[in-house]
Design a protein around this ligand. Structure first.
Ligand code: HEM
Length: 437
């Protein structure tokens, strides 16, 4: 069976330029062309998946036949062989050792950090002040993941460094992933900035690990789980390098994603008066004037729908895989080593499953409507063996931060928002005025 080639291919550069230039428009246009469409990243042929069924096959049913793909390779200089880039039996072993760090009881412990960080955030706001909300959300997300990782004093400097460097690394990583290899070797400021940010993070995180290696106390933080974990087969601990890779992975994977969802939630709440009314009413009813706790999170059901709708509308753009063996996908035989691109954004904006997809409508997430969605149609956290390990962490963090803000303030847009792109649409200059309630 022949696979259609995406339009706009250039010699040597393939589809890289139109893809980086048009982003969502480029990938949305592939939907009409087939379940699988050929896209060339520079000279490399890849297969872009446009249907929920094939997305589910790659992520879940055939997951062991795929390894992480090219995009993740580009993060290797930074995250080494951390969970987000590793595959196969090594990934499985690491995932088992790290899973306890995200157990419900453990998240209840991190919830204290989340509540404190959210309270400090709103206490720093002055009535009537105009805030750059995406920057505030980045700040709160770095603090939360940073403090959940490193509860001890020496971790402070690592948290400060993460605040400086994580976003530089993420922004440059996606451009590298889509560009031909020579681009990352050019002596341009973006590459220098990327390399320097990586070097600084490496130095400080290694310092933190060194200071904790001989300490076998469980400090209740993520780092304790990594340092105290033992391979069930051999009883061996993780090497310092592997602990380092996992720390950096959690910082990279856990901050921008959550900050982005939080920023868009405040934007959408303010843009939709009926949504705002319902969120505020629910927060007032559940909290009844007190501080939010982790026990309130499951009771904030409408806020849960609003969060789902934000995760639908503003998800990751691209997720990549590489076939580890020959795989049949949509009637096409892909040899081992073939790069496959999945797109949560394309899935979440398919009018077949989400009529009027640009409209923000939390009522899409009533239980009856959720049951009608095909598998693979809603994948904000991916799925299968590589499903986001931090999904409950993130959902708890989002509920706690939004409830804390909404219990005290309304955020009112000060000017129209602009959008910039990393591997997702990011609000740029989300200026909002703090109006005490
Ligand atoms: C709203 C927030 C978040 C979103 C939308 C998100 C999204 C995702 C997605 C789509 C994947 C799968 C990627 C793939 O299949 O290739 C993933 C994996 C991952 N995420 Fe998240 N994430 C979020 C928050 C977090 C947090 C808070 C953490 C940790 C503190 C985290 C850590 C990870 C890790 C380690 C992986 C790799 C898992 C594996 O391959 O076994 N994420 N995330």
């Amino acid at each position: 069976m022949s696979v259609p080639v995406a339009p706009g291919r250039l010699p040597f550069l393939g589809h890289t330029l139109p893809m980086l230039r048009k982003r969502f428009e480029f990938t949305a246009n592939l939907r009409g062309q087939g379940d699988l469409v050929e896209v060339h990243l520079g000279p490399m042929r890849t297969y872009f998946v446009t249907s929920p069924q094939l997305t589910h096959q790659v992520l879940v049913t055939d997951a062991p036949k795929f390894h992480k793909g090219r995009m993740y390779d580009k993060f290797r200089p930074f995250v080494g062989n951390g969970l987000a880039v590793s595959s196969g039996t090594f990934h499985l072993r690491q995932r088992r050792m790290m899973q306890p760090a995200f157990h419900r009881d453990r998240i209840a412990g991190y919830a204290d950090v989340m509540v404190r960080a959210a309270r400090e955030l709103v206490e720093g706001w002055r009535p009537g002040e105009v805030r750059r909300i995406e920057a505030d959300m980045q700040g709160v997300a770095v603090t939360i993941v940073g403090e959940a990782l490193f509860s001890t004093e020496i971790g402070r400097r690592a948290i400060d460094e993460a605040r400086r460097s994580v976003f530089v690394i993420i922004r440059n990583g996606i451009v590298r992933a889509l560009s031909p290899g020579f681009v990352e070797k050019l002596p341009i400021p973006a590459n220098r900035e990327f390399d320097e940010a990586i070097a600084r993070m490496r130095a400080i995180v290694h310092e933190v690990i060194d200071s904790r290696r001989d300490d076998d106390t469980d400090h209740g933080d993520l780092l304790s789980v990594l340092l105290l974990a033992r391979d069930p087969g051999t009883g061996a601990p993780m090497t310092d390098d592997q602990v380092f890779d996992e720390v950096i992975t959690l910082l990279t994977a856990g901050i921008e994603t959550t900050a982005l969802a939080l920023a868009w939630i405040f934007h959408e709440i303010a843009a939709n008066p009926e949504v705002e009314r319902r969120v505020l009413a629910e927060v007032d009813e559940v909290l009844a004037g007190r501080q939010v706790t982790i026990d309130d999170v499951p009771k904030l059901t409408y806020l849960g729908q609003v969060t789902n709708e934000v995760l639908r509308k503003y998800p990751l753009w691209l997720v990549m895989r590489r076939t580890a063996e020959e795989v049949e996908l949509g009637g096409v035989r892909l040899p081992a080593g073939t790069e496959v691109i999945l797109s949560p954004h394309t899935m979440h904006h398919d009018p077949a499953n989400y009529p009027d997809p640009e409209r923000f409508d939390p009522d899409r997430w009533t239980p009856e409507r959720v049951r009608q969605l095909p598998k693979g149609a809603f994948v904000p956290f991916g799925g299968g063996i590589h499903q986001c390990i931090g999904n409950h962490f993130a959902l708890t963090e989002i509920a706690i931060v939004v409830a804390t803000v909404c219990s005290r303030h309304r955020l009112v847009p000060d000017r129209p928002v602009r959008t910039k792109f990393t591997n997702a649409a990011y609000p740029n200059d989300l200026m909002m005025k703090v109006v005490p309630r």
